[in-house]
Design a protein around this ligand. Structure first.
Ligand code: MTE
Ligand code: MO
Length: 499
């Protein structure tokens, strides 16, 4: 038993060395070609939508870490088996390791924009892991034959362990070094936004900040890593049904007229009362200015945007160009976009859920039709036309809180982008009448509104609900809908105990 465990450990060690060095090579080349990441990404793409929804609901933003951890755990179990097989004959273990890397290589090659060069990290992983296993096997049998010291095997294990750690950490460091969004000097807006009003942040304890810091801004995407895209090599191509294909460099984009807007971004996967919504100040070029450079043809009804890795998002052309502030963004809250939020360039379109509008790490805009091309989420059954639904969220108190009787301040945020903004938020206690809450300051109709309501609470268990009414006169519906396929609806409601 003990020998078997020892051999399993050799298998794991050999595999970790392979993965560590592969990660290093991937960091120098393209991040997603790292075998573990590629397998994880492929798992994400193959996961049926209901299961993905379940994972997002259950694990929240830890879903990526959990998936990546599971893939890694699975690989390491098989690596242990390879080690045990190697006890019989090194060759047997090596074959299993090669099969493992083979699966990863297939995953790498089936990524949207894969090229044969992307196999580099997998090849490195294969060669390193097999050599490492052979070395460990040789030292182990030498130790057994001589019956003497364990020096050889200890040295081998030490060297390989160090190599694994160096590879993994080195990969990380290289990614850090390459990335310098903070070194990018952004131009001043030609059309600045008004002075940002002071929100209710200090006034209402527990309320979401009127403007969410970049570090706290929700993140939703299909990626396992944080993509590292260099602004120097970055280009944006506008092609498809256009008068002439145009390619812009980052500097050329920065030289165009810049607008600044306060816009609230929302994810279609957000459930009623959920976390996937945030308000920020965006800096960028008008989408229509960029499209005009190429001249949009008459057949197109879809803008198919592509990210640096071939992931696609589709946007209805008519909505994107109907006069709303659709933007090709370079700045978020006064800084260059953080890597997590699409550095160097992303789209933001008010009133449309992120999955049909907010392409991060943007590299291409293709003017096409819904008949001709399908984007990532369309292939998975999500809606193609998905305006953000009007919604109010209660931030404070929290569900099941125990509070003292007396005045309780209920507070939260509400949004109604492209629906005339939030006109009113109303609160209902224990199924009674709807009462008007007090609204915080207004930063424009594409931006959310903070609100609060002073509730004289008496002892017992109480049910609090909130709903929004838009400037266009739309009242948030109580009819419940799941996020799939076009966004959740219903009213946020929670129960608190007053003692
Ligand atoms: N390249 C790319 N862009 C993407 C996504 C993605 O998976 N890949 N996800 C979209 C979705 S579903 C949403 S809700 C927004 C979220 O933007 P954020 O992470 O900056 O909040 O990004 C959008 N842009
Ligand atoms: Mo989303």
């Amino acid at each position: 038993m003990r020998t078997r465990l020892l051999w399993a450990a050799y298998g794991v060690l050999a595999t970790l060395v392979g993965l560590g060095l592969a990660h290093l090579v991937a960091a120098v080349t393209v991040a997603d070609t790292s075998p573990v990441l590629a397998v994880g990404s492929t798992v994400i793409d193959l996961t049926p939508t209901p299961m993905k929804e379940w994972a997002i609901r259950t694990f929240g933003s830890a879903d990526k870490a959990i998936l990546q951890g599971s893939v890694l755990a699975g690989v390491l179990v098989l690596a242990g088996v390879a080690g045990i097989l190697a006890r019989r004959r090194t060759r047997y273990g090596a074959v299993l390791l090669l099969v493992l890397v083979g699966v990863a290589a297939v995953a790498v090659l089936t990524r949207p924009q894969a090229s044969v060069l992307d196999l580099g990290p997998s090849l490195v992983a294969a060669v390193t892991a097999v050599l490492a296993l052979a070395w460990l096997a040789r030292e182990q049998s030498a130790t057994a034959a001589e019956g003497s010291g364990r020096r050889g095997i200890l040295i081998a294990a030490g060297v390989l362990g160090a190599a694994a750690v160096l590879g993994g950490v080195g990969g990380r460091l290289i990614n850090r070094l390459r990335l310098r969004p903070e070194d990018v000097a952004l131009p001043d807006p030609t059309e600045p936004a008004p002075t940002f009003p002071r929100g209710l942040d200090d006034q209402v304890k527990g309320i979401t900040p009127f403007r969410v810091d970049n570090d706290d801004f929700y993140r939703v995407d299909t990626r396992l890593d944080t993509p590292v895209v260099d602004s120097e090599d970055w280009t944006l191509t506008i092609d498809g049904d256009v008068d002439k294909k145009v390619t812009l460099t980052f500097d050329e984009l920065l030289a165009m007229p810049m607008i600044e807007r306060d816009i609230t971004l929302t994810c279609v996967s957000n459930s009623v009362g959920g976390e996937y919504v945030g308000g920020a100040r965006w800096l960028g070029v008008r989408l229509t200015d960029v499209l005009d450079l190429a001249g949009v043809g008459s057949k197109a009804d879809q803008i198919l945007s592509t990210d640096f890795d071939g992931m696609t998002i589709s946007t209805p052309l008519d909505l994107a160009t109907d006069g709303r502030d659709a933007m090709i963004c370079v700045g978020m809250n006064g800084e260059a976009l953080p890597r997590e939020h699409g550095f160097p360039v992303r789209m933001v379109i008010p009133g449309l859920y992120g999955f049909i509008s907010a392409t991060k790490w943007l590299t291409k805009l293709t003017l096409t039709t819904y008949d001709d091309r399908e984007a990532y989420w369309t292939e998975r059954g999500w809606a193609t036309d998905a305006p953000i639904k009007i919604s109010a969220r209660i931030d404070t108190p929290n569900a099941l809180d125990q509070l003292d009787a007396g005045e309780v301040v209920v507070g939260g945020v509400a949004w109604a982008q492209q629906l005339g903004g939030v006109e009113k938020v109303q609160v209902r206690i224990d199924g009674g009448g709807w009462q008007d809450a007090t609204l915080g300051p207004d930063a424009g109709s594409d931006y959310w509104r903070q609100w609060f309501f002073k509730w004289p609470a008496d002892k017992g268990s109480h049910r609090i609900a909130a709903r929004a009414v838009s400037g266009d006169g739309e009242t948030q519906t109580a009819v419940k809908a799941e996020p799939f396929p076009e966004g959740s609806s219903g009213i946020h409601e929670l129960i608190v105990e007053i003692v």
